[in-house]
Design a protein around this ligand. Sequence first.
Ligand SMILES: [Zn+2]
Length: 343
Amino acid sequence: MNPNHLVEVIPGLYQIRLQVPIRSLGYVYAYFVRSNEDNLLIDTGWPSKDTFFELETSLAEIGVSLRQIRTVVISHLHPDHFGVAEQIKDLAPNSKLVIHRADAALILDDYDEYKGFVSELHVWLSEHGTPPEELQAMLDASTEMLNYFRPPKPTTIVSGGEILRVGDKWNFEIIPTPGHTIGTICLYERMSKVLFSGDHVLPTITPNVSLGPYYKGDPLGDYLESLDRVNELDVDLVLPSHEFVFSNLKKRVIEIKRHHDERLNDAMSVLEKGSDYGPMSGYQVASKLKWHSGEWGALGAWERRAAVMETLAHLEYLKRNRKIAEVREIKNGKPQIKYALIL
Ligand SMILES: [Zn+2]
């Protein structure tokens, strides 16, 4: 196997590269902290046999078996992070599985719960202007995903602020950083000035921040506040879940904030240009914005759904900051939510 799958970043702390069968992601990093009786794994990769094998063989290179893992922390409830958590627990039945309270509340345990979730999403996307023919394709994309899932069953629920002690050397503080998901956490080690940033802060790309039926409220507002929260920490090394390890956290925080400012301005100018035709739905605004994955017409169902939800997070933020107003209409007996500029 490729020896670069496992890299010792600092003594006792390893990065493990795991393949993800989604082209846009490519791979995800898990991190392993070695401390004999206390071994810690942060994230577990995509739910697949290949991931399990990659983890197993990578750790075997340093003489560690998955049975020797004491704690698994899931940075947030996305499949490329919680992937094989349950399979690891099968091997190490006394290990802890740590997830934030807000994400743990969203774990879907069975197919009925999943169906309920999908139909709620269906209604919600429709209210926000998604044409019926596209809705079906978006929902089919969700059903395909389901086949891979084995929902994680956390043994330890955290709220943020707790310290996870690993051996004598490491004390990882759990930093709540909602935004990418409502229960995203980062881990901070004060002595070594290391931040495990998960998907919260990545070196060149920005995580999806989405409004949806399972993240109501103000996801973008939360995300920007969470950037401030990590920005206050004294950090030398940022260990993200994608791309590469980097060090200048403060510079990156400024860049990400600028990116969201630009997206907010873009959404405002779409509403301004479209104002001749009346208020616009989240779907309509999304279809007029630029997306780095391509032109609107070329985006697949999965990407379009992500784009609509991301746009709505920005519209919700603008609404809360009194730049735009929400307009509710009834069309063919069904509620429709639209947005208009406030002058
Ligand atoms: Zn994620």
